[in-house]
Design a protein around this ligand. Structure first.
Ligand SMILES: O=C(O)CCC(=O)C(=O)O
Length: 271
């Protein structure tokens, strides 16, 4: 069933205050069915940025891929035509929304690979406050199958933590950046947000919100998630000393708005 896109003032306040908000049932079965087929196709034949995250010894894999929209028609339609861009625009309070990229994160049952605590901005060639992700669940997800946890309000800490590779290597290490604190060693000091989600639910979170996730070793369900990354009016291109390189050179100079073939404007709201 298709739900009208209705973002309430409470949703906007929660996103601004907490740095993460869960929105229920905004993506209908038609999108989910297309994405599930596309996901299996991508796992079968990954794109240029596809890789196995996490431990090689895992019984179930933690598979990731990025920029699928650039070569797969179903991911492309989702990125360009689904309600995602409008949702991002409404929550960020932006008049235009650029697609930054799409990111597939599949934890198969048996995967013990956790998603390390991190926030996203230091990985990215973008700067700005209006930068967010929409993490869309394709399966029922709870903490036994890898529900993502968010540190409430961490997008307002004024910090930029050193990025770390999901494969636990250090290829993104920028020594000038502070290391992220050991969140699990000091859980009483933080407030966490986490939601059990059904297919079609999504979590929208700010690019500075600290988040991480357990593995999927305790369930017998797949945990397929698609994170689409979005940027708004104040976002500009930058080059960081250590970052996750984009799929290709977008042809932008530091300080440029993202508008380009690689980071297209997908949605414009009322001026
Ligand atoms: O799905 C996960 O385990 C991690 C998600 C994540 O880190 C992201 O979407 O930025």
């Amino acid at each position: 069933m298709t739900h009208p896109i209705e973002i309430t003032a409470e949703d906007r306040d929660a996103y601004a205050r907490d740095g993460a908000v869960c929105l229920r049932g905004l993506f209908d079965d038609a999108w989910l069915d297309r994405l599930r087929v596309a996901i299996d196709r991508d796992i079968e034949k990954p794109g240029p940025m596809g890789m196995r995250y996490g431990r090689k010894t895992d019984e179930g894999t933690f598979f990731g891929d990025m920029y699928m929209w650039t070569y797969d028609p179903d991911f492309r339609d989702f990125a360009l035509e689904s309600p995602a861009a409008e949702i991002a625009g409404a929550l960020m309070g932006s008049k235009k929304v650029n697609l930054f990229y799409d990111h597939l994160l599949v934890k198969e049952p048996g995967s013990e690979s956790l998603t390390p605590w991190h926030h996203d901005l230091p990985y990215w060639c973008v700067e700005g406050d209006q930068v967010c992700s929409i993490w869309l669940a394709l399966d029922p997800v709870d903490k036994t199958s890898g529900a993502v946890e968010f540190v409430r309000g961490s997008h307002r800490w004024g910090k930029l933590f050193r990025a770390q590779d999901f494969r636990m290597k250090t290829i993104f290490a920028d020594p000038s950046l502070e290391e992220i604190p050991d969140i699990d060693a000091d859980r009483d000091s933080y407030e966490f947000l986490s939601w059990d989600t059904e297919p079609g639910d999504c979590i929208v979170f700010h690019a500075l919100t600290v988040h991480g996730a357990p593995g999927n070793a305790a369930s017998d369900r797949r945990r397929r998630a698609l994170s689409t990354r979005w940027a708004g009016d104040d976002a500009v291109y930058i080059e960081r000393p250590a970052m996750s390189e984009p799929l290709r050179d977008p042809g932008l100079k530091p300080g440029d708005p993202l508008d380009s073939e690689l980071f297209p404007v997908v949605w414009r709201g009322a001026a």
